[in-house]
Write a protein that binds this ligand. Structure first.
Ligand SMILES: NC(=O)c1ccc[n+]([C@@H]2O[C@H](COP(=O)([O-])OP(=O)(O)OC[C@H]3O[C@@H](n4cnc5c(N)ncnc54)[C@H](OP(=O)(O)O)[C@@H]3O)[C@@H](O)[C@H]2O)c1
Length: 408
């Protein structure tokens, strides 16, 4: 007779000891989320901060202003880095890894700018570096790409991955706010970076796109190589123009495989009813993954803010306690094939663009292949045209009242 033996696995509360660097929007979100977490407790042995005069909402003996003292402690296994500048973060994170400490970070600028070095430090010192909170806030996109899509060849990964820009566009569109008022609201709500230029000019979503590309395609791009144009010049005219066509403007990060190459860019885009992105509003983010076999899937969630990001960071800390680390399977495959994970970006294609401009000289930097529509009125001038993609790099950082958006 067959006897069925049932084994019950009893999971006790598990715990690890960490140091936290940064006690601002996300640091405090993590602190609160940890305090209310069930089944997982991390002991925060010390919190590193910078400003000695700031009022703190918890007792001062929790804090230290000496990062070296914190990193030298023998009672921590990991650090969580949530500081607001990439330079200090680089020092803290590299020192921690060199000392054999695991790291959780939400700092997309740090990670994207120094990805190759940080990748090597993980291998050299046998430590984990986890960064779910750095990409699309609460959406568990990195771990899904890493664990679920690791064996599938992906066609594209794209979406709205900057909460602050999406908030601004939503308020302009839904409430008729002007750009400056909408930006101020986004800052007050804690969605914007300290330097909001990083959000509105498309740098922040570009850093996140660089991380997505590593996990989706196994390729490392330097951020500077990836084109980003932002929403800093969007006007009520542009929003109305989209609405007349039943569309809305969204800032979309896009990466797709084209043969052996990858196309990757961040551009404002007109999206219509056929797009999953049309009703993603306010600080919400959405990432669409298209797999060769799985087809299209959409992940939606809050992309910024204290608690949504704190929750993603907490999940990473808990994952560390299970010895979880990214395996970078696709990146290792590429390294085995070509000796390195670097790859050229595909820039040899055209895009159909809406270009609102002030004087004709502004168009000279662009490789306009074909004008499809031209409009001039006392209020605005625009073109809809097929444009050589590479020429868009000529206007990056020099947009000067030019607003460019992808059509269709
Ligand atoms: N806010 C969001 O919604 C969001 C979402 C995703 C990712 N992130 C990322 O999360 C990170 C933190 O953002 P945040 O919004 O929480 O920033 P924040 O509110 O400005 O807080 C920054 C914290 O870093 C501390 N700090 C700065 N330099 C330091 C140093 N050298 N050593 C120790 N502490 C230092 C500050 O100390 P003081 O308290 O003494 O000033 C402050 O507590 C950034 O990388 C950001 O890009 C933010």
């Amino acid at each position: 007779m067959l006897r069925i033996i049932t084994t019950y696995l009893i999971l006790d509360t598990y715990k690890m000891d960490i140091a936290l660097f940064g006690f601002g929007c996300v640091g405090q979100g993590l602190y609160d989320a940890l305090g209310q977490s069930h089944g997982f407790k991390a002991g925060i042995q010390k919190i590193g901060v910078k400003d000695r005069h700031k009022l703190r909402k918890i007792a001062l003996d929790h804090f230290s202003f000496d990062s070296l003292e914190i990193l030298g402690r023998s009672d921590i296994q990991a650090i969580v880095e949530l500081v607001d500048n990439a330079e200090d973060a680089l020092d803290i994170v590299t020192s921690a890894m060199q000392r054999g400490l695991h790291v959780v970070s939400a700092n997309k600028k740090l990670l994207a700018e120094h990805f190759d070095v940080l990748f090597q430090l993980q291998q050299k010192h046998g430590v984990a570096l986890l960064y779910e909170g750095a990409c699309a806030g609460s959406i568990p996109i990195i771990r899904n790409l890493e664990e679920y899509y690791d064996t599938e060849s992906l066609i594209s990964v794209s979406g709205i991955i900057n909460g602050s820009s999406n908030y601004i566009l939503t308020r302009m569109d839904r409430d008729g706010l002007d750009y400056e008022t909408a930006l101020k609201q986004a800052q007050e709500l804690g969605f914007a970076e300290i330097d909001p230029w990083l959000d509105v000019a498309g740098f922040d979503p570009k850093y996140k796109l660089v991380l997505l590309v590593v996990h989706a395609f196994g390729v490392i791009f330097k951020p500077d190589a990836v084109l980003n144009l932002g929403i800093q010049n969007v006007s009520a005219f542009d929003i109305e123009h989209a609405a007349l066509k039943g569309q809305r403007i969204k800032l979309v990060a896009y990466a797709a495989r084209n043969g052996n190459n990858i196309q990757a860019f961040v551009l404002p885009r007109f999206v219509g009813k056929e797009s999953n992105l049309i009703n993603i509003d306010n600080e919400y983010n959405a990432v669409e993954i298209e797999g060769a076999f799985s087809g299209k899937q959409l992940l939606v969630g809050k992309g910024a803010g204290s608690y949504p990001t704190g929750a993603a960071v907490l999940s990473d800390v808990a994952a560390l306690s299970h010895q979880y680390r990214y395996e970078y399977k696709k990146l290792h495959q590429n390294i085995a094939a070509n000796g390195h994970g670097l790859q050229d970006l595909d820039k040899d294609f055209t895009l159909k663009l809406y270009i609102r401009y002030q004087d004709d000289a502004q168009l000279q930097a662009l490789d306009i292949k074909e004008v499809i529509e031209q409009y001039t009125s006392p209020r605005a001038k625009y073109l809809i045209a097929e444009v050589g993609f590479e020429s868009l790099y000529n206007i990056r950082g020099k947009e000067n009242k030019l607003f460019v958006a992808l059509v269709g």
